[in-house]
Write a protein that binds this ligand. Structure first.
Ligand code: NI
Length: 155
């Protein structure tokens, strides 16, 4: 496994749409393993492949209760709303209050290509939406709640 370099700020790759994964081979497994190691090192809760410079629809999430690997994830439906401050490893030092659904139902494949349905809420719903946005070239700064602005984190 290896730590991969995170793309940040104005790196143009962050605005690009990732491609669907159709080969579930060792190369994909290596990417997932590296992404998880990178996520842990950076103390993040989610990471999309585009953030390490790979335009594939691949996401890892760990909100504190273990690793979830999402390949070709898609939101099926969302309900309710939440307005909470969000950050991103690709926008270091910045934070903003986004508007997200409170619960989401998504479908995604695992590293071997099997489909799963996830119904999640609160932090995990926010995180899934944020990471799926990354696979479509969208940053959380484009999902701010009305009247909110991107701020510098006060450490
Ligand atoms: Ni992010």
């Amino acid at each position: 496994m290896a730590i991969r370099k995170i793309r940040v700020d104005e790196d143009p790759i962050l605005k690009k749409k990732s491609r669907t994964v159709d080969v579930f081979d060792d190369k994909l497994h290596c990417l997932l393993d590296d992404m998880y190691e990178t996520l842990k090192k950076e103390e993040g809760v989610g990471l999309a492949a585009v953030q390490v410079g790979v335009l594939k629809r691949v996401v890892v999430v760990d909100t504190g209760d273990g690793l979830l690997e999402l390949v070709n994830p898609e939101v099926i439906s969302g309900e309710g709303e939440q307005k909470v401050a969000e950050g991103c490893l690709s926008l270091p030092g910045r934070v903003g209050v986004t508007l997200r659904p409170f619960t989401v139902k998504i479908k995604a494949q695992d590293r071997d290509g099997h489909w799963h349905i996830y119904k999640v809420e609160d932090l995990k719903a926010r995180c899934f939406c944020h990471e799926i946005d990354h696979t479509n070239g969208i940053l959380f700064s484009e999902k701010l709640a009305p009247g909110e602005v991107l701020r510098h984190r006060e450490d």
